[in-house]
Design a protein around this ligand. Structure first.
Ligand code: SF4
Ligand code: SF4
Length: 273
């Protein structure tokens, strides 16, 4: 069981699902991110889930209707890490998304969810509408309450996500994921234009999540994220007027901002929004 000095600060942030693995049990993807922290030597990885679903968005992927989760994680780490360090005398470093380890695999091995055929981690309560975060620490695995890697559980394998995938990406048809297409800079090919128009999304694609049977209860209002950051200031329909009204700071705080305004304006033109 996870040590209270780690689980309590997370619980107080409404983060209820967390588990730890020995660092050496995790699959390394970007070792240079750890090398940069030298002389720090990680011994344990604490994985946790941040649920974000708070309703559908009309022309944005649900994750992008709230403010950027990277901003949330930065704030979270600034709040919880000093407390954990003060109580343990050990060092902690936070990561999310751009992580040294394969965080989806590690979260599944830590028992935090199944591996979906859509490539996403699926939690029994929050479905695939979760961000994965992790804390690397030099605290020994046994002191943190780490477990040995568990067998990765599969999803229902119903095939609904592959059938619903608008580009055929999940059917191995060679096309790219629509989410990646909406985020491309520059001009799109005729085929990409047709896919963006058919998908109806300015940024991202949720087709494989919305049809997943594991997500049915996660989309009920009583299961919405308890984290205020993801419930407040949501944009459910992005328009040119909405974009134009945003200050540079407001725009930078959005998940859809990282490629600049140009791809968004291009997609809005394609969708005639
Ligand atoms: S996000 Fe959309 S395009 Fe990408 S794999 Fe899922 S359904 Fe297919
Ligand atoms: S839609 Fe079906 S196959 Fe796809 S991830 Fe969900 S349960 Fe698995």
């Amino acid at each position: 069981m996870l040590n209270e000095l780690v689980s309590r600060p997370l619980r107080e942030e409404h983060i209820e699902y967390a588990a730890a693995l020995p660092y050496e049990a995790c699959r390394l993807l970007r070792p240079y991110l750890v090398e940069r922290l030298s002389p720090f030597v990680p011994r344990t990885v604490i994985l946790f889930l941040v649920p974000y679903y708070a309703g559908r968005a009309e022309n944005l992927s649900c994750y992008a209707s709230a403010r950027d989760y990277h901003g949330y994680m930065k704030g979270l780490f600034a709040r919880v890490i000093p407390r954990m360090q003060a109580e343990s005398g050990c060092s902690f470093f936070g990561f999310a998304d751009h992580s040294p380890i394969d965080e989806r695999l590690a979260a599944a091995q830590a028992g935090l969810g199944m591996r979906g055929e859509n490539g996403l981690l699926i939690h029994p309560r929050y479905g695939s509408f979760v961000f994965i975060g992790e804390l690397l620490t030099d605290m020994p695995p046994e002191a943190v309450g780490a477990i040995s890697p568990q067998e990765v559980l599969p999803c229902l394998s119903c095939g609904a996500c592959a059938r619903a995938c608008p580009t055929g990406f999940l059917r191995g048809e060679g096309a790219e994921c629509l989410s990646a297409i909406t985020q491309k800079k520059g001009e799109l090919t005729e085929q990409e234009v047709a896919l963006v128009r058919a998908g109806g999304s300015v940024w991202g694609c949720d087709c494989c999540q919305l049809v997943c049977p594991h997500n049915v209860s996660a989309m009920r209002e009583e299961q919405y994220t308890p984290i205020p950051y993801f419930r407040e200031e949501r944009i459910t329909h992005l328009t040119k007027a909405c974009l134009a009204a945003m200050t540079a700071e407001e725009f930078a705080a959005r998940a859809f901002s990282f490629r600049g305004r140009t791809p968004l304006l291009r997609n809005l033109d394609l969708l005639d929004t």
